[in-house]
Design a binder for this molecule. Structure first.
Ligand code: PHE
Length: 471
């Protein structure tokens, strides 16, 4: 690029932006993690605590990320760097988080893609073997990798086309589709005899199951599910037009994310209980218990199963696109790269990480770092350490290192909008969130059984911090 920077890309329409941002937020976190966390942590008691976390912390940070992004018109690294070079590391930490999340997320995306096909090629014919089939599939050396590669290719094709022509256009079609697919599954599930037991499991508050750990789970989940703490919403905010209403867009994205999480619970639990299946945790819930549900449905089972895994794939895809975009936007903004090569290069590196993750389920299961395989390493490092600390850093940066008047001007579009809660928001960002996340992060990190991994994660952050000015 010669001298002049090309004009920054923008979202074409508000709807397109909302679908892209909601697409980033709605993902594996909603469809398999939220329902199972809810079931395990006291049903609606958990939902209530989770909603408080979302409303107080999640929403405030989302407003802050959009504001920083639009104010600077730069993706995560540049956004921090342009304000204060001592803070560049916080942006770089986000880029690193994007690499690590993309080191395992597309593996699950690949499984989901594979299960669309498996839905009609005999998986459901032998319900008792579904668990073994899953175990054998993910631990095989080649097959899951091929699906991961295919999944990654979908991401590349979309992101390489650009913000509006790629991400926005794809999300505008995929997100409404996801919604319709989920509604179909929910209706089918609720129509089954005995479905209400699932509703009871999901919604009946059981306060006896609520403990400190529940609050930790709720806060951690609110970060992951809203794509916060790693620069993703800063990047998406940087493509926002100046006349967009940041708080109201943030409310919409958060509401859509919460709605889909609850819909995912409704799609699974009633049917699960109707067929007397045990709710299970983690990937098993989606890839083992859910196919078992469809195996019980008879002739319509395979179709329902395809619909479900199509929905899961879509949810994952619009999230991984945003993760890829975080790095691509950094390379465009800070390394002057063109979008296409930046996308291929980034996806190439991510694929290498995914290969390690995928093989860690089988061939490389003996290779561990800090006691965990690559898949878990990338997962724990980001979900348990980087995102929370990233969110805390963002709040400290916005609350203590940016000018209050600048923030007010940006959020109110130079005074043309009213944002009555500005003072409340500002104080939450400046005081409440740094303290709350510090407490939660310390508790959470203490909770991690892999102490070495925790120190490793913190060491990475410390090194980045020390060399911030050189980044
Ligand atoms: N929000 C996504 C989900 O719920 C995951 C994600 C995290 C995406 C961080 C982007 C950034 O699955």
């Amino acid at each position: 690029m010669q001298g002049e920077k090309a004009q920054r890309e923008h979202w074409g329409t508000r709807f397109g932006f909302l679908m892209a941002a909601a697409g980033s937020a709605v993902g594996l976190g909603n469809i398999w993690r939220f329902p199972y966390l809810t079931g395990e942590n006291g049903g609606s008691a958990f939902i209530i605590i989770y909603l408080i976390c979302i409303l107080v912390v999640g929403l405030s940070i989302m407003v802050a990320e959009f504001t920083v992004g639009r104010r600077t018109s730069l993706a995560a690294v540049g956004a921090y760097k342009s304000q204060n070079r001592n803070w560049t590391f916080a942006g770089v930490l986000g880029v690193l988080s994007a690499f690590f999340i993309m080191g395992f997320y597309p593996v699950v995306g690949g499984w989901s893609l594979a299960y669309m096909l498996k839905s009609v090629t005999g998986l459901l014919a032998a319900p008792e073997a579904i668990g073994d089939v899953f175990g054998a599939f993910i631990s095989a050396p080649i097959e899951p990798l091929v699906w991961t590669l295919l999944y990654m290719l979908l991401n590349v094709v979309i992101v390489a086309r650009g913000v509006s022509a790629g991400i926005e256009k794809a999300s505008s079609v995929l997100m409404p589709t996801l919604f319709v697919l989920l509604v179909i599954i929910i209706f089918k599930g609720l129509s089954l005899a005995g479905a209400t037991a699932g509703l009871t499991y999901l919604f009946k508050p059981d306060w006896s199951q609520v403990s400190g750990a529940t609050v930790l789970a709720a806060l951690g989940q609110s970060f992951f599910t809203l794509s916060l703490g790693m620069g993703c919403m800063i990047t998406y905010g940087s493509y926002l037009k100046k006349d967009e209403n940041i708080p109201s867009n943030a409310v919409t994205v958060v509401s859509l994310d919460t709605l889909v999480a609850i819909m995912a619970g409704l799609a699974m639990f009633p049917a699960m209980f109707a067929f007397g299946l045990e709710p299970d945790a983690g990937p098993g819930l989606v890839f083992v218990v859910v196919p078992a549900i469809f195996a019980h449905m008879g002739a319509i089972g395979p179709l329902m199963s395809i619909i479900f895994f199509a929905a899961l794939t879509i949810a994952a895809l619009t999230s991984s696109m945003s993760l890829l975009e975080v790095v691509v936007a950094y390379l465009i903004d800070e390394r002057n790269m063109d979008r296409k090569p930046a996308t291929w290069l980034t996806a190439g590196v991510m694929t290498v990480l995914c290969t390690l993750s995928s093989l860690s389920m089988g061939a490389l299961s003996g290779v561990t770092l800090f006691g965990v395989g690559f898949f878990d390493l990338f997962d724990i490092l980001t979900d348990k350490i980087f995102l929370g600390i990233g969110g805390m850093l963002l709040a400290i940066f916005v609350g203590w290192f940016m000018k209050k008047e600048d923030l007010r001007n940006e959020i109110t579009n130079d005074g043309t909008l009213t944002f009555g809660l500005f003072e409340v928001w500002y104080n939450i960002i400046k005081y409440v969130i740094p303290v709350a996340i510090f407490i939660v992060a310390v508790m959470g990190i203490i909770d991690i059984p892999q102490r070495g991994l925790m120190l490793f994660g913190l060491a990475i952050i410390a090194v980045l911090m020390a060399f911030s000015k050189k980044l």
